[in-house]
Every structure is written in C-alpha cells, then in structure tokens.
Design a protein around this ligand. Sequence first.
Ligand SMILES: Nc1ncnc2c1ncn2[C@@H]1O[C@H](COP(=O)(O)OP(=O)(O)O)[C@@H](O)[C@H]1O
Ligand SMILES: [Mg+2]
Length: 246
Amino acid sequence: MSKMIGMSQKKDVVVTENLQMVYRVGKVEVPALRGVDMTVKEGEFVAVMGPSGCGKSTLLHLLGGLLTPSAGSVRIDGIDLASIGDNKRTEVRRNKIGFVFQRYNLLPTLTAEANIELAKRIHGNGHKFETSARELLTMLGLEHKLHHKPSELSGGEQQRVALARAVVNRPSILLADEPTGNLDSENSQIVLDMLQTLNKKHRQTIVMITHDSEAAATASRILEMRDGRILNRVKNLFYAVEPTSL
Ligand SMILES: Nc1ncnc2c1ncn2[C@@H]1O[C@H](COP(=O)(O)OP(=O)(O)O)[C@@H](O)[C@H]1O
Ligand SMILES: [Mg+2]
C-alpha cells in the first residue's frame, strides 16, 4: 500500500462501524460501548473526552485489538481486525499500533535506551523511525538519562520514554490512554508538546483519551463520549489554541 504523503486524499487509518462492547461479570451484562462509528484519517490528532466510565478505555483497547468487540468492526489501515486470526492480529498490533498508557509500563530492569531498543527489535516492521533510540531520547530532552532505569526516572521522564518506545517503529496509529493522567502540569505540558511535535513534524496519527480539556485542546479534533456513545457535537479546534512556547 503506498503512502499518499502530501496528496489531497488522506487515507483512513482507523474506521469503526457500530462498535459495541458488553462486558459480562458473572450473570451481569455491562454495556460499555453502544455503537461507535468513527474514522481517523492519516495525520490527524484526535482527542476523545468524556467522564469516567463512559467507555473511553474500552474504545481504545478495541481500536488496538487488545479486546474483541461484542459487535461491529474495527479496520486499521484497511484491515478488518475480526477477519484475521490471532497471530495476524498480534502482528498488526506490533507493526501498526503504538500504545501509551497512564501507567508507563516500562520494563524495570532495562535502561531507558534498552527499553526502546527492545521495542525496535520485537516490533521491527521495516519502517523504523529514522532516528535511533538515542536520537529519539535526545529529542525528548532525555539524552542525559539514556542509561537510567525506570526507578531512577521521574514520572514525566518515564512517560517520555514510553512515548519514544511507542513511536520508534513508526506505527500507523499511536493510541494514548490518559497519557498525562499521572503527571503534574509541567510534565503534562512536556508530554503534550511531544505529542504535537510527533503529529506536526513526523505526521504521526494519534488518538488520545483524556478527561482534561486542556490536554484535549492540543488535538486537532475532539470527540466527546457519553455513556458508550460518541456525541454528534464535535469541536474542531484547529485555530482555537494559542501555540505554547517551549
Ligand atoms: N474488564 C471489565 N469488566 C467489566 N466491566 C468493565 C471492564 N472494563 C470496563 N468495564 C466497565 O465498562 C464501562 C466503561 O469502562 P471504561 O472503558 O474503562 O471507561 P473510561 O475509560 O471512560 O473510564 C464502565 O462501566 C466500566 O465499569
Ligand atoms: Mg479509562
């Protein structure tokens, strides 16, 4: 599949149709998603906002193939996740999707650099970030922390390493679940600035969940969720935000 960089038709990276998820807890059914139709185009930075429990994490896990929907479909780069087997789905996840979670999930025994290098080796898909782990960490202001282990890094630093790890293989889509949820405002701003840089300079397509409206304002489009659904009211904030100074 050819990339149409710079051309007017942007390809659909994520498409969901009538996506539904019902969790079963014993005999109780918990409807978490009640039919979500969304499309994310190449190069978009979409924020998904909504109150706790409205289904945001469920949506993100379904987009990333970490959960199987009760009904409906998810297509990533044109591949219907339900139409392929588990092995192929794992491959799609490794090659096309980068994850960042509220908890950084770094391997505790490895240094920052080694965490990223490992991701590169596991998920190698031939579309490597043109930079090395070292260069990526330098871009994130962590060049002096290359050889530190997660326990020797602050929360903000760990999240920057997690972000570097998520994008080192140039995923088609970066999925971020409350990436600033555990961070103070200074570190939140650093992580949000990084996401913007990745989006603007490296054309990284991003879906970010947040319940923080300031975080959402860094995105180019905001989807609001309530009670398992995306509301029709969509804010487009392309020019609504003052550029932040670095
Ligand atoms: N593994 C699970 N088992 C049962 N119910 C779940 C599970 N995960 C989430 N839920 C329920 O699904 C709904 C949506 O949860 P979630 O997607 O985590 O929302 P959000 O991320 O917006 O806070 C909530 O009612 C939650 O309690
Ligand atoms: Mg959540």
